[in-house]
Design a protein around this ligand. Sequence first.
Ligand SMILES: [Mn+2]
Length: 324
Amino acid sequence: MIKRIATVLKRYQSFLITSHINPDGDSIGSQIALALILKKMKKKVAIINENPVPRIYQFLPHSNMIATSSASGGLLAMTQNFQVAIVLDCGNLERVGKVISLISKFKILINIDHHSDNTKFGNLNWVDKKASSVAEQIFSLSRILKISLNKELATLLYTGIATDTGSFQYHLLPTTHKIIATLISRGAVPEEIAENVYHNLSFNSLKLFGLALATLKESRAHQVCWMKITKEMYQKTKSSVEDTDSFSDFLQQIKEAKILFILKEISKNKTKVSFRSIGKIDVQKIAKKFGGGGHRNAAGASLNEGIEKAEKIILKAIKIWMGC
Ligand SMILES: [Mn+2]
């Protein structure tokens, strides 16, 4: 499939790239890297996302290339003349959010992804469940296309792999580290990337974490741990959902924990849940029950319930699922 995609990239002249809502390091890094590769091939390329680039990824080269779906009408009209749409890092097409109205008009839709629950929504689907990240797939693509990697591309791809593996803790294959070795030799600077991505906690974010941590609960001898973030907490600490990105990483460090989840109040009738698990426990299956998705060890879902009710529903589902 990678070769067929490479052929399509060579054959056509204009490409619209997109990825999921609430973009992460892999979606941002992969999208810009692929755009730069296409530019090196003298192609016309644009990137459109529903949401803007999060603050911690704005240091990435050409991060200002990414337009949002609220962009000017002229820009949006222009993208309709593009020949090929490429969707990165999305298990299903709905993950692109509002951009779906632009994407669904395309006759050629390329789906490049590594989620195990991918619905193969494209005309060309390259789903590599073993890949640590889409960034790793884009690296392979650059090899097939014989595009040499410069510091910019190396930085983008390194960031995608580093963030999607939880700083090289999971989803790793021996080849992932070989790729990382190449990226460092081509100019990616791990210290620089870590400084921007990880040492970037705002004061307000940590205050929010303090309030959320006070709600920490557990069951089954600390195997299941969870906490809640209410709208009031965001207001009190002048923070937002974006400030909660690293919270799961903290919870994951609880010694006995196997399943962790964070409930985030969106409105009176809407609660977002992010799940994490350790080892073979597949939280994507739990998330799927509630119309969500993700990976084995990191998944998310949205419930049309208030936060207290959502807590009860999720706990019940976990208990049934764990067989107790
Ligand atoms: Mn990814």
